[in-house]
Write a protein that binds this ligand. Structure first.
Ligand SMILES: [Zn+2]
Length: 135
């Protein structure tokens, strides 16, 4: 695939451009975008999943909003996570794992924060769109 060479750093730079209008050195635009992080990631998601321009393993953490490369870091809640030792050690209810399947975390500390009180992160945090997608 042609998108394999686009790095996490480049997608982060794109995210910065979309949210703050901050441009890479040498680029000039008459009008810079100022999207919310959620709207910016919606653009990235469209370029990943629909147009297949950006690598689809770059994900956004549900807790801190940082982008991460799911091929190297982080964790995405999957349907077989109830057998996962970390998940078992945290005592996470299998029903919650099923409910929040697809939730994405950049780090163990973000994931731990989520599971300590999942409902606190679902609303109004607009980053948590997977609940709608999975219902
Ligand atoms: Zn995070």
């Amino acid at each position: 695939m042609s998108n394999n060479k686009i790095t996490l750093e480049q997608v982060q730079e794109f995210m910065t451009m979309l949210t703050s209008g901050e441009l890479p050195e040498g680029l000039v635009m008459p009008e810079q975008p100022a999207l919310t992080p959620t709207a910016a990631f919606a653009v990235i998601w469209y370029l990943q999943e629909y147009l297949r321009v950006l690598p689809d393993h770059i994900e956004q953490c549900c807790i801190c909003g940082e982008l991460f490369d799911a091929d190297c870091d982080g964790h995405i809640v999957a349907d077989d996570d109830e057998d996962d030792p970390w998940t078992k050690a945290q005592g996470i209810d299998p029903a919650l794992l099923k409910r929040y399947q697809g939730a994405e975390f950049c780090s163990e500390s973000c994931e731990h924060a989520f599971w300590s009180d999942p409902a606190a992160y679902v609303r109004p945090a607009p980053m948590i769109t997977f609940t709608e997608m999975n219902q």
